[in-house]
Design a protein around this ligand. Structure first.
Ligand SMILES: [Zn+2]
Ligand SMILES: [Zn+2]
Length: 470
């Protein structure tokens, strides 16, 4: 999987090359028929009926079968050795016939359409060596798509927009490939992985969704989000790693298998909260009980009995209401321990603060925050790339009572849109160092529930470095 960008420090997963066949460079959609495959039977796991050349294929396995029995104790033919030898041969046979067909069709076929030229197996193979403990060298054939994919990106950039027939062909082959892999995913995992190893299945899904992402920049046509799926990876993330179904849904809609795969690899990015009661539509793990919610002071402000050194600083709800009635929305800045309020007018520069309520910077009772929190937020605002001091945060700028509360909420999209920067505050993000890649930072922000493309991420490096990802 060497063609996709990966989080810092993550090595690409090795993908085995399953076969020797080249793509025949004919039409993508009818390749299976040309090769003697019946996809319906294959998807029904009727392996015998799925292929019309099993006799021919099995002849190639005579030597392998013989090799597997060679050296076996004939007295043990009824025993486990015999059964496991036969199983191993049958499995190799399935992989090198069925798996190889699928890999050739989807990988080489889609690349041929995307590159508008024949793509041979040789050009995507990399031979890797391992030295065994006894000093013997073993070689294995792996897939390397770095060069082909780079060519694809340049081709799309330079020519795709002007060639609508080609663009339609690319989209059609992606749709056929993804639909097929999606149908394959309905075969239960143990049987499915006898036909196609998990690493190959995943690499094909990631390849198709990444090609889709790149083609959509230029053709402005994207596969429908609900076409994306990556059942095996999603199940693994949900069941073994307790990811939230709502987050998985949003990641899938964002970029299919490619987004899920990337996020699954984010190092030490914990998934906080209990998500048993969440579903695709909503995450309820961080729901707030307004009755017991406590606004939190910064560490070091106050003693263990919660006697704090600093006071809450509040804005007048009446003033907030007047500003909302006059059109626009309120902005604040901290000046000499007091909050100064202005009404937004075009031309005023400000930073919008997005935060996670469960981190304690909310206040369900009044438009107020402890001075210790406000000083820190004001420092972040003033030190950001933004030149100015005003900021917007829901805790201070959205009134508690109706009807003004609703008015402020209805203007929220506009509030974020007009901000010169957005600062995303999350304790989880603050625990991580600034990633080298902007993509990784954006994924981390996205995961925390903020989908803004304008983001400023404070991180826990000395001096609170900021990543300006606008
Ligand atoms: Zn959840
Ligand atoms: Zn305090």
């Amino acid at each position: 999987m060497d063609f996709v960008e990966l989080p810092d420090g993550v090595e690409p997963e090795e993908v085995p090359d399953l076969g020797v066949r080249d793509y025949d460079n004919g039409d993508f959609s009818t390749y299976p028929q040309r090769q003697g495959w019946n996809l319906r039977a294959l998807l029904d796991y009727d392996i015998t009926a799925a292929y019309d050349s099993w006799d021919e294929a099995s002849q190639n396995f005579g030597p392998a079968l013989f090799g597997a029995f060679n050296g076996l104790n004939l007295d043990a033919l009824e025993g486990r050795d015999f059964r496991s030898a036969v199983k191993a041969v049958a499995r190799n046979m399935l992989l090198s016939v069925v798996g190889s067909f699928i890999q050739t069709w989807i990988m080489l076929g889609t690349l041929s359409v995307a590159l508008r030229r024949p793509v041979s197996r040789d050009e995507v193979i990399e031979v890797k060596e391992t030295i065994e403990e006894n000093g013997e060298k073993t070689e294995r054939s792996c897939i390397s798509l770095r060069a082909a994919f780079a060519e694809c990106v340049v081709n799309f950039r330079d020519h795709l927009e002007a060639d609508s027939d080609w663009s339609a062909d690319v989209l059609r082959s992606l749709r056929i490939g993804i639909t097929f892999l999606d149908d394959m995913a309905k075969i239960p995992a143990p049987q499915r992985y006898c036909l196609l190893p998990r690493s190959v299945e995943l690499s094909l899904l990631v390849l198709l969704s990444t090609i889709d992402l790149h083609q959509s920049f230029h053709s402005r046509r994207k596969l429908r989000a609900n076409m994306y799926s990556c059942e095996s990876l999603e199940q693994e993330m949900k069941n073994q790693r307790k990811w939230c179904p709502h987050v998985l849904y949003r990641l899938r809609a964002l970029g299919g298998a490619q987004s899920l795969y990337y996020t699954a690899l984010l190092p030490s990015f914990a998934v906080g909260g209990a998500h048993e009661n969440c579903d695709e539509g909503i995450c309820v793990a961080f729901n707030i009980d307004h009755g017991t919610y406590r606004t939190i002071h910064l560490e070091g402000c106050g003693d263990k009995n919660q006697h704090y050194i600093c006071q809450d600083v509040r804005v007048s709800e009446r003033d907030l209401g007047l500003m909302l009635e006059a059109g626009g929305y309120p902005l604040v800045c901290l000046e000499q321990g007091r909050l100064k309020l202005v009404r937004y007018e075009p031309g005023i520069q400000y930073v919008a603060i997005s935060h996670v309520w469960s981190d304690g910077r909310g206040n369900p009772r009044q438009n107020a925050l402890p001075l210790c929190q406000l000083r820190t937020i004001q420092r972040w605002v003033s030190n950001s790339a933004h030149k100015g001091t005003f900021f917007w945060i829901d805790t201070l700028c959205v009134p508690i009572k109706e009807p003004h509360r609703n008015t402020a909420i209805m203007r929220m999209a506009q509030t974020y849109e007009a901000a010169s920067h957005v600062i995303v505050l999350s304790e989880e993000l603050l625990m991580h160092n600034l990633p080298a890649s902007p993509l990784q930072a954006l994924y981390m922000i996205f995961y925390r529930g903020n989908t803004s493309q304008k983001a400023t991420l404070p991180v826990s490096k000395p001096g609170n470095h900021f990543l300006n990802a606008k």
